[in-house]
Design a protein around this ligand. Structure first.
Ligand SMILES: *Cc1c(COP(=O)(O)O)cnc(C)c1O
Length: 499
């Protein structure tokens, strides 16, 4: 029996593998074909989900793998929240490109360790090519350094570490962050929460992050940035990095990327752009003018698992000068000194990022890029943006819906009943819209998420979804209004009962 486990690759015979694989592909193809007719989520409670799983300790006996796979796939399809559903518009979570789904299967089968060139010759070169293609798409120098990581957070972390190493005038990697003046980073008040984690991880402390005021379009104010930098210099701190955002998570706002580059140039600061969501919109012929400024940044974070539709997880860090990236991550212990990378110009990704062993996430990105081609990418992103504008127009046309923003493919809005004064009853409106969102998500009919704009709680739809059509978008105002009317009645009754 031990013999069989060894020869049959972990307990699955070649024949079982073939049979199970074919069956699984059929199940998944059927799932993709039918996804539109399913609820976005069956909205299961935790007890229901837990009851679906095997109870108790790990069974002693092995299970028939083809049967286990089929059961598992069906359980997942019936009980999951489907972010590939045409009416899933929450956060910034895209539908998965089917080519990427299959790519993941090849990637696991090859299972290269993409840390060293010698262990992963093809995957390393594919990753380098994917990085060059991504850089080209967004107008960044294709000879930059780069690495694929798990997502936008990690991509931003990688860039911040490169910035810290490049800008600290002392050997910070040896003596730590406290062997000099306090390093200060500048981000907009609308920046993503990765900044909190990074300031802790890299020893800045959250008090050394300046969240710079935004204008009425929620873009960082360069004048306020200059003032903050001057104030920090005056108190002996060391400004080192500015983060511009190309597409904020809440409303899709794009910071004045050119003006921020000017500040960084005159102040000698590392310029990083967080384009996790929005950067790929730079590939559009009619891209917002600000999107033409990526080439001015020292580093950029982009997320192939957002607008390139790679299945989770795939983020990408780009650093203009390869040496800056390698200085932050190359430690060259003797046991890794096997590739002769300097002589043969072979890249070892272990020297370009925080991970040691690394999987083949490059394949789904490399294949995905080709499955669309540049034209396909441009078309899909343009359509997402057009659909979001269409959504905002349709929402605006409803007398009880107020559209609060529309940028890139994100629209935010709230329901305002006739008898509620938006200025006077903002607390009530927040409660009402929270309830509408809760009920809309639970209904499975559509799945927006939320944002805060000033003091207002608003619903938020981000279309990073190649399955969404005009018909889906046009259904939204009716759903919101219907749930809104009922929620308003229920809340008023509740308020009356509470008094
Ligand atoms: C999504 C996003 C992030 C975080 O990316 P993950 O892939 O979720 O880790 C960071 N910044 C911005 C602007 C984003 O949109």
């Amino acid at each position: 029996m031990a013999e069989q486990l060894r020869t049959e690759a972990g307990g699955v015979s070649p024949d079982d593998f073939r049979r199970a694989g074919h069956a699984l592909v059929d199940i998944l193809a059927e799932f993709f074909e039918g996804i539109e007719g399913m609820p976005v989520t069956p909205n299961p409670d935790a007890a229901t989900v837990r009851a679906l799983l095997p109870q108790g300790s790990l069974p002693d006996r092995s299970r028939d793998v083809p049967q286990l796979l089929e059961e598992t796939a069906r359980t997942l399809i019936r009980n999951s929240l489907h972010n590939g559903h045409p009416r899933f518009w929450a956060y910034i979570t895209s539908s998965a490109n089917p080519a990427g789904v299959l790519a993941d299967m090849i990637a696991s089968a090859m299972n290269p360790n993409s840390a060293l060139w010698s262990l992963a010759p093809v995957s390393t070169e594919m990753e380098l090519q994917a990085i060059r293609w991504i850089a080209e798409l967004i107008g960044y120098p294709p000879d930059c350094g780069g690495i694929l990581v798990s997502g936008g957070n990690m991509a931003n972390f990688v860039c911040m570490l490169a910035a810290r190493r490049a800008k600290a005038p002392w050997p910070i990697h040896e003596t730590g962050p406290h062997d000099g003046p306090k390093l200060v980073a500048y981000v907009s008040a609308e920046a993503h929460t990765w900044v909190d984690k990074a300031s802790d991880l890299f020893g800045l402390g959250s008090r050394q992050v300046r969240w710079i005021e935004v204008d009425e379009a929620r873009r960082m104010r360069p004048d306020r940035l200059r003032e903050a930098v001057a104030a920090d210099r005056a108190t002996g701190r060391l400004p080192f990095m500015v983060v511009g955002t190309a597409g904020t998570v809440a409303t899709g706002a794009v910071d004045p990327l050119d003006a921020l580059a000017d500040v960084c140039e005159t102040e000698d600061l590392w310029y990083h752009i967080d384009g996790a969501y929005g950067a790929f919109a730079a590939a559009l012929p009619d891209a917002p003018a600000e999107m033409r400024a990526f080439h001015r940044a020292d580093s950029v974070a982009v997320d192939p698992h957002k607008w390139l539709y790679a299945p989770l997880e795939a983020g990408c860090a780009l650093v203009k000068r390869v040496a800056d990236l390698e200085r932050a991550f190359s430690h060259k212990p003797s046991y890794l000194d096997v590739d002769g990378s300097e002589t043969d110009n072979l890249v070892m990704f272990v020297e370009r990022g925080p991970q040691n062993s690394r999987g083949f996430r490059a394949l789904k990105v490399w294949l995905g890029l080709q499955s669309f081609g540049r034209e396909g990418i441009v078309r899909l992103i343009s359509e997402d943006i057009a659909l979001s504008r269409h959504m905002a127009d349709r929402l605006r046309a409803h007398p009880n819906i107020e559209v609060t923003s529309q940028n890139l493919s994100i629209a935010t809005f709230r329901y305002v009943p006739d008898d509620v004064d938006a200025a006077q009853d903002s607390a009530y409106l927040n409660r009402l819209n929270e309830l509408i969102l809760e009920r809309l998500q639970a209904s499975g009919a559509a799945f927006p998420s939320q944002a805060r704009i000033g003091d207002s709680f608003v619903l938020r739809c981000c279309i990073v979804n190649f399955r969404t059509t005009a018909k889906d978008v046009e259904a939204l105002p009716g759903l919101v209004a219907e749930l809104g009317e009922q929620a308003h009645k229920d809340l008023l009754t509740q308020v009356a009962n509470d008094q």
